[in-house]
Each structure stands twice: as C-alpha cells, then as structure tokens.
Design a protein around this ligand. Sequence first.
Ligand code: ADP
Length: 395
Amino acid sequence: MSAVLVINSGSSSFKYQLIDMQTETELASGLVERIGEASGHARHTAAGSDRVEQTLPIPDHTAGFAVMLAAFAASGPQLSTANLVAVGHRVVQGGSIFQGPTVIDDEVLAQISALSDLAPLHNPAHVQGINAARAQFPDVPHVAVFDTSFHQTMPAPAYTYAIDTALAAEYGIRRYGAHGSSHKFVSEAAAEFLGRPLAELKTIVLHLGNGASACAVDGGKSIDTSMGLTPLQGLVMGTRSGDIDPAVLFHLHRKAGMSIEELDTLLNKKSGMLGLTGNGDMRDVEDAAIAGDAVAQAALDVYYHRIRGYVGNYIAQLGGLDVIVFTAGIGENSGIIRAGALAGLEFLGIEIDPAKNDPFSRAARVISTDDSKVTVLVIPTNEELEIARQTLAVI
Ligand code: ADP
C-alpha cells in the first residue's frame, strides 16, 4: 500500500484527505477550521468510523497540522504504517509558469507566493499551509497541483483579452481559468465511462457548484474555459456575477460612489444567485422556484441562459460535440437544473431523458435519450483523487 495526503488550505482553515493509491479510495478525511480565532474547530473521519470533532484554540497553521496529526494518532489510520509517499497541495493560481504538477522546493514556493497578486485570497493561504505541512512531514516530497495548469493548453485566441498587449504582458493579464483538476478528472472519467478513446472526444464539462465554470475539452485538452484572470468570470455562481460588462464598474463608481473594494465585494460576494434572489444556496432557490416564487424562477432563467450561451459557444470552438458532463454540487444533484440548462437544445442533438435525469443517484450515469446525438452524463467529481494522482505521477 502507498498513500498520498491531499491538502487544500485556506487562510483560516484546511481540508485534508488521505488516499490509498492502489485502490484509489479514501482512508480518512478531515477539516481544521477557525485557525487564529478564539476557538478553533477540527473534525476527522477515518473510513468506516464515526466522525470525531473537537473544539480548541488553533493559533496558526502549524498548530493546525499538529491537531490533524493527533487526530490520525487517536482515530486512525496510523500514518506510521500507511506508507505515506507524498503530500499533494491544491494551489489555485499557477500563472503561466506551472504547466503541471510540480515538486515543491524553496524556489517553487517563492514562485507560488509571487503569484499572489493574481490570487490574493488563495495563494498566500496555500503558502502558509505548505510551509506548515513541510515542517510536519519533512521526509516526503510535497507537490503543488494547480487549478490553472489543465487550462495551459488553451490556444492564444482563447486566453487573450483584447487590451494593450504591453500592459497585459507586464501585469500577467490573460485568461487562466480554474477548476482544472475537476475538469481534467471528469473529462477523463467520461471517456472511461463510455469506453471511448479520450483523444477522439469533444466534451463540454459543466462544473456547477458554489463556484461554477464550463470547459471545452478537445481530445483531453482544455481549449477554452469560462473563468478568466480570476474565478469571477463566466457562469452565474452562488455569490459571483460571472460575465458582466466592465463598464458597469465605471458606472457604479461614478454614479454610486462605490470604491474598488466595494465593487470587488459586490461582484465576488454579493452577486450571482445571492444578488438575484437574496439567497446564494441553489437548493433554496430551486425549492422557492418549485413553490412558485417568481423571483427565484427569474434567477434560474438567468442561470440557464448563461450556461446555454457557453454550450453554444463551445460547440462552435470545438467544431462539434460528443459529450456534455454535469458535475459538482448542483450538476450532480439537481435534475431540474440540468434539464433547465439544456432545454431548447434538441435541435443541436442534445436531448435529456427525464426518466434517466430525474431520479436521484450518486453514480456516474447517462441522462440523455438513446437517440440523442450528444451523450449527456452526470459524473461525480473528485478533485482530491485527481490531486493525489497528479502528485504520484510527478514524484
Ligand atoms: P463548492 O464550489 O463550494 O465546492 P459544491 O460543489 O459543494 O460547491 O456545490 C454547492 C452547491 O450545490 C450549493 O449551492 C448547493 O445548494 C448545491 N446543491 C447541493 N445539492 C443540491 C440539490 N439537490 N439541488 C440543487 N442544488 C444543490
């Protein structure tokens, strides 16, 4: 047996998962949160056992990793016998530097830190987490797996914004995309599920969670994606606006006196379904729409309109389409939203079968009709496993 520990660290929390790489199954998972607050919280679940929770002060990430190690020691599995071969770290922004998973040394860490300008909420927190994890696990390689690197195959016309090229070059302004581990995992899983060569498939992945993005995958390579310089661009999300005319910002600044900080908060934290309905949780919006709430239904219609626009765009960019895959919290769980998003696309050969789409299931499955030219799938994403696979591949 060999195991990889996957770490996803934020500024005041980190999630972890220990994965057995022979069977690709989860051995344990957990969360350490409210780091630096008066009272921290940790939970740990060893596979097949009950979740163990504790509340205690956790002053910094280093203390957080000590809490995680104590949880492994107390509730298992024992890390000393798990044959831990590497630690894989999720990193949101790899810029144009990191084309794939990369073994972390001091220079790589400095580069991840230097990319913080492009991901101010994420990269500094990853650096903190990586530092603490390297201190706790000094004897195994640590690998950075970037959300952006799957999209490094995008051609220049897809990633270039039509602005002054000198400014763009100086400030690293281009489309980078995100959710790369999910888009990669799901597009490969789709080919495997269908028993067809990845190299032959034209696929659109719709990752619909709190954050949401679409990706056009041609023969296993990302050729376009809806998120941009940051994860703000593209689809309508829980609290993010997605695509918007940038002039809206100038207008609100000039007319409403809003500052850059206020506009940042508006578009990232107070828009999307939250802005449209007052509630950013899609389950609640869906329930309200079913109960006849016109505001919720109107918001869903905006959500669907945006997805359909990207599907049409990506069919054109791909020059055809074989597969659409739904994934993440909303894509995996809501038949109503899957059907709503693709409604009216039958003329493109995209036909959902209600008998397959409506019943709830956790399994990978086909939801299109037998006659549908495009196969529509639901495939549960597994970003942790993808990070673990990429980690193992590079050590
Ligand atoms: P994150 O981007 O935080 O990883 P997830 O992929 O977990 O997000 O997705 C969270 C979203 O999925 C929430 O908006 C939640 O309401 C939504 N969701 C989960 N289950 C359902 C469901 N049955 N119907 C509609 N939305 C759902």
